[in-house]
Design a protein around this ligand. Structure first.
Ligand code: MLT
Length: 448
């Protein structure tokens, strides 16, 4: 059987053969090229058929080898490695290397990668002054987005995005500096002095140091919390063509430098539907108030009064595999921090949702946001920092997507088409005539 699609245009009776191509394996998806539809025309002057897909519900914008998701089966893999294995056995910097360069590093490669990231953890002192300029109650995500864009002005050579060596240098810088800038944003909002990076610590431990060090001479992170944050960072490192990755690719496709492209991606993540979702879960749990009120709340969700936050996902029609890992990890974290009082409500809510056909038939399973907020809160991160905690690890994914885009010979500047719904051509109306027409329209009701 040929790998083609036959299209019959019933307007003209014309028949077209369109090739069908496959992802790596046919079960990973097949596709036609949207440009092949252009030849389907009702007349020689017709523009040709477009596919209309608001919010990209069924449109692939690229071919990618970074992350694989099978939403129906609840599968997530980075470069082919299951997320469960990476979360259990790896650490964030190794996973970042994997996402960026395609393979797990050898010991020498990992040492070199870690060395170069550590060499770039400091930021120019002017970044401190820049952050000082924000109001005391500025949202840390607003400060992060602006400071990441501002870094572009410190590294003008980064505009040379087609040079792989220049790209690599910016990748080191961005992975290294985003925890520093994030921690500075937090310290500013608390009125606390900025803490310089401590390169004796690992990537995650150093971030905790820059966030939480007080008067002690040397900050020592709690090993359980450090490991938990490592796992959270691994789980958030990439998620194929999500809204912020799409922003990174779209802005990057104009060959803008990676700092401003990343600031755009982080801006997309700032939206409540993307990076703000775990905060909404906490708000919902607080609104419910206590475990005995959960059942009633669920009835009201079914009646359409409220939305169930942290359940359901655009691509997962099954349990989000990241949520499963986080649920287990939450218990380990709470052994150190004490149980988050919202946990019992969360567990009850999940129990009811998984037993109720209303939620099961709608494929509303817990997603990554359902447990992450509870864990971050127990670790003493303020709610405003939640999207920042998402942006730090996602930097690896954004850069992997950006690099892949620039190396993809098929990509051009992103430029979607539209379905025009406005007026047909009409002639310019002189101001006097417009005024007369307006008077006539206003006068009409009075005449009636
Ligand atoms: C993500 O990890 O980016 C979120 O789950 C959103 C998404 O994938 O669409």
């Amino acid at each position: 059987m040929p790998d083609t699609l036959t299209i019959i245009d019933n307007r003209t009776g014309q028949q077209y053969e369109v090739p069908i191509a496959h992802a790596t394996y046919p079960e990973y998806g097949s596709y036609i090229r949207a440009a092949d539809l252009k030849k389907v025309k009702s007349s020689p002057t017709d523009f040709g058929l477009l596919s209309y897909d608001p919010a990209f519900m069924n449109t692939a914008s690229c071919r990618s080898s970074v992350t694989f998701i099978d939403g129906d089966r609840g599968i997530l893999r980075y470069r082919g490695y299951p997320i469960e294995e990476l979360a259990a056995k790896s650490n964030f910097l190794e996973v970042a290397y994997l996402l960026l360069w395609g393979e797990l590093p050898t010991q020498t490669q990992l040492d070199e990668w870690t060395h170069w990231v550590k060499m770039h953890t400091m930021v120019h002192e002017n970044i401190k002054k820049f952050i000082d300029g924000f109001h005391h109650d500025a949202h840390p995500m607003g400060m992060l987005v602006s400071a990441m864009a501002a870094l572009s002005t410190f590294y003008p050579e980064s505009k040379n995005v087609l040079d792989p060596a220049v790209r690599k240098q910016q990748i080191y810088r961005l992975i290294a500096k985003i925890p520093t800038v994030s921690a500075y944003a937090y310290r500013h909002s608390q009125g606390l002095p900025y803490v310089y990076p401590d390169n004796d610590l690992n990537y995650v431990g150093n971030f905790l140091n820059m966030m939480f060090k007080m008067t002690e001479v040397k900050y020592t992170p709690d090993p359980v919390l450090e490991r938990a944050l490592n796992v959270l960072f691994i789980l958030h490192a990439d998620h194929e063509q999500n809204c912020s990755a799409n922003a990174m690719r779209s802005v990057g496709s104009s060959q803008a430098d990676p700092y401003v492209s990343l600031a755009s991606a982080a801006s997309a993540l700032y939206g409540p539907l993307h990076g703000g979702a775990n905060e909404m879960v906490l708000r919902m749990l607080r609104q419910i108030g206590s475990k005995d009120k959960v059942a009633d709340y669920m009835k009201r969700v079914k009646a359409g009064e409220f939305k169930l936050m942290g359940f359901g996902h655009r691509v997962y029609k099954n349990y989000d595999p990241r949520a499963k890992i986080l649920k287990e990890m939450a218990m380990q974290v709470f052994e150190v921090t004490g149980k988050n009082p919202l946990l019992d409500m969360a567990l009850e809510l999940e129990r009811i949702a998984l037993e109720d056909d209303y939620f099961v038939s709608r494929k509303l399973y817990p997603n990554v946001d359902f447990y992450s907020g509870l864990i971050y809160q127990a670790m003493k991160f303020p709610v405003d920092m939640f999207p920042v905690l998402f942006a730090i690890p996602r930097t690896a994914g954004w850069l992997a997507q950006w690099q892949e885009l620039l190396e993809d010979g098929e990509q051009k500047i992103a430029r979607p088409r539209q379905i025009y719904t406005g007026e047909d051509t009409r002639s310019y109306v002189a101001m006097q005539k417009r005024a007369e027409a307006a008077t006539r329209t206003e006068a009409t009701p009075a005449l009636m």
